[in-house]
Design a protein around this ligand. Structure first.
Ligand code: SF4
Length: 285
């Protein structure tokens, strides 16, 4: 699937204190055997025009692993494809774990490759967050722990297919998340004034236009279709927040913590939306 950014930038000096995200954590579809177009299931919905079982190639996938409707995904009912981000897991599984042996020419590897892909994606997502946390000046006291977690997680991504299939991603995530939460608290403690906490809150469709959410805890908040126009979300922790169809026009997300490209791609925004420097403005905004 495609990423929704408007340019091909692979790294950036972040407003979160100079974090530079490795190209390894950016989707590189040209070096992937279209794993997200095969390994993952779709349910017919607003994001996908059809049902598709896990392991079944999408009907729009060409023999060369390119999408046959790449330029018209949204118009053809496949907006979900423009939202998904593998954090570079696709090329890692294709080129490193399976050494460039693709599932078409080596069908015997297909099942294992498709099983490993979601595991790798989960681990790469954690690498993304840990890389960001390491670039946060306020989280300096945690750097040794963050580096250790980054190293351990990276080591897991370099295992054999069998090693990867045995990884308990939930357990790894729980350990990493505890660290990320501490990093978030250190950063947000430096934001002046009262910080709002909406951790895990159901804010679906909430009217939050112009809201003062600087430094807020919005971890895991349900913000589907929320009106966040011109909201101040600077340094807000948005890890795991569901931003599908949230209206971010004119919102300020400068320095927002643990925001991903996939979250942005799923939301609405415009030229006036201010973004963390490591993310790109979705092409459909
Ligand atoms: S529509 Fe294109 S990008 Fe989406 S799953 Fe199918 S082949 Fe992949």
């Amino acid at each position: 699937m495609v990423r929704g950014g408007e340019d091909g930038r692979v790294s950036g000096a972040g407003e979160n204190g100079g974090v530079t995200v490795s190209a390894e954590l950016r989707a590189d579809c040209a070096n992937c055997f279209a794993l997200c177009c095969v390994a993952l299931p779709f349910a017919a919905s607003a994001g996908f025009a059809v049902d598709k079982a896990a392991g079944e190639p999408c009907g729009n996938l060409r023999d060369d692993f390119r999408c046959g409707i790449h330029a018209e995904l949204r118009g053809r009912g496949f907006a979900g494809c423009t939202v998904f981000d593998c954090f570079g897991a696709g090329q890692k599984v294709s080129r490193v774990t399976f050494g460039g042996r693709d599932w078409r020419r080596h069908p015997g590897t297909a099942r294992r490759m498709f099983d490993v892909f979601p595991v790798m994606r989960g681990l790469h997502e954690l690498l993304w967050y840990l890389t960001e946390a390491l670039g946060l000046p306020a989280a300096r006291p945690l750097r040794a722990d963050l580096r250790r977690a980054l190293r351990d997680t990276d080591r897991l991504t370099r295992g054999t297919p069998e090693d990867l299939a045995a990884v308990d991603v939930t357990a790894v995530r729980d350990g990493v998340n505890a660290l990320l939460l501490r990093a978030s608290e250190l950063v947000r403690a430096q934001v002046p004034g009262r910080k709002r906490s909406h951790r895990g809150a159901d804010l679906m469709g909430a009217r939050l236009a112009g809201a003062a959410l600087r430094g807020a805890n919005l971890r895991g908040a349900l913000l589907v279709a929320a009106d966040l126009r011109k909201a101040d979300l600077r340094t807000a922790d948005l890890i795991g927040a569901d931003l599908r169809d949230a209206d971010l026009r004119g919102a300020d997300l400068t320095g927002a913590l643990f925001l991903t490209q996939a979250q942005l791609n799923a939301a609405r925004g415009d030229r006036a939306t201010r973004l963390p420097a490591t993310l790109t403005r979705p092409a459909h905004w």
